[in-house]
Design a binder for this molecule. Structure first.
Ligand code: SF4
Length: 328
């Protein structure tokens, strides 16, 4: 997406959020099928994560799907967080169940594409997946291997091209296949080459901002430098990890922002519960160090600035304004 389109899109999102917040259930839910992965990407902090490797319990997934069916359709469910979703053998069944209960308007999977065989792509398409975002992240095998730790560039490109051909052959509209590149500082020519390679071929070219995972990976950001404002994600996005624990956001790769495990009350009990309410309040009041993760984070920068609106909504003064006068 180019910068002007991105700004217009953010403006519309901000208006929509002001119209809908606060929410009893998130607009977007990330569910992590597994935190297993078959790559070791340089811009991913999995290598230093302490999380035990596990797959999402099927019973818990069914309960989440049931809950989504009751609250939904929400805007989007992402089947992904830290792991490679295609490492989960029942990914297509997950999509089919979410589709059956009308969980969301868009069902999305983000994959590295290495395991995207024709059969698995066809199963995802037939299950009703809307978006398949493939993190290709390079334009040649050498850069790919340096960035991702595996000599798999040609395989990934072939997998994406085969999926696109299968779609064309069957006349399928979905899933829309998005070729993704993480935009790194100093790699402007790579961005142009990537666009050139995939525009008109993939359904979308998705240039996504680089971030440092709370300072865990080298800073190669191509953006920055705005005064801090509350992180809008806390008001509209939920995250369930593969072990059933809930994080404030998808940045929480080590579960340091743990908000508890999905239990009897379902995800809604955590979304409306005291821990997340306290965290939202801390952000409105400008206290970003209330959790270990938000202090060093810079991901909020690429999300909507709802700060002033939220402070007015909750009667909290702007940080620079004088404290309210006491009544005589
Ligand atoms: S500030 Fe960063 S760590 Fe905190 S909720 Fe937002 S994205 Fe997550």
């Amino acid at each position: 997406m180019d910068l002007d389109r991105f700004k217009r899109w953010m403006g519309l999102r901000t208006l929509y959020l002001k119209w809908t917040l606060p929410l009893r259930f998130p607009l977007i839910l990330n569910i992590e099928p597994t935190n297993r992965c078959n790559l070791a990407c340089r811009m991913c902090p999995r290598a230093i994560s302490h999380r035990p490797v596990t797959d999402l319990d099927w019973g818990l997934f069914e309960r989440l799907a049931d809950e989504l069916g009751r609250h939904g359709p929400i805007l989007k469910v992402f089947l992904q967080k830290d792991g490679e979703p295609l490492c989960h053998p029942r990914l297509a069944e997950m999509v089919a169940l979410l589709r059956e209960v009308r969980a969301a308007r868009r069902l999305s999977v983000i994959t590295n594409g290495t395991l995207l065989t024709e059969d698995r792509f066809a199963a995802l398409a037939e299950a009703g997946l809307h978006d398949l975002i493939v993190s290709i992240d390079a334009t040649n095998p050498t850069d790919y291997q340096a960035l991702k730790g595996l000599d798999a560039y040609d395989r990934v490109v072939a997998n994406v091209e085969r999926a696109l051909a299968l779609k064309r052959r069957h006349g399928w509209r979905f899933p829309e296949i998005k070729a993704r590149l993480v935009a790194r500082q100093g790699h402007e020519t790579e961005i142009e080459a990537f666009r050139h390679q995939w525009e008109g071929k993939a359904d979308f070219v998705d240039i996504t901002p680089y971030h440092t995972w709370l300072g865990a990976v080298k800073d190669e950001r191509a953006y920055g430098g705005r005064p801090r404002y509350p992180c809008a994600l806390l008001w509209y996005t939920g995250v369930v990890n593969a072990d059933g624990r809930v994080s404030p956001c998808c940045i929480d790769f080590n579960l340091e922002g743990d908000l508890g495990r999905v239990g009897e009350g379902g995800f809604a009990a955590i979304w409306n519960g005291p821990a997340l309410r306290r965290l939202r309040r801390a952000h409105i009041e400008g206290d970003y160090r209330r959790t270990a993760i938000c202090g060093p984070c810079e991901y909020w920068l690429i999300k909507e600035d709802l700060g002033s609106w939220l402070r007015r909504r909750y009667g909290v003064p702007e940080p620079s304004s004088p404290p309210p006068r006491r009544s005589p």
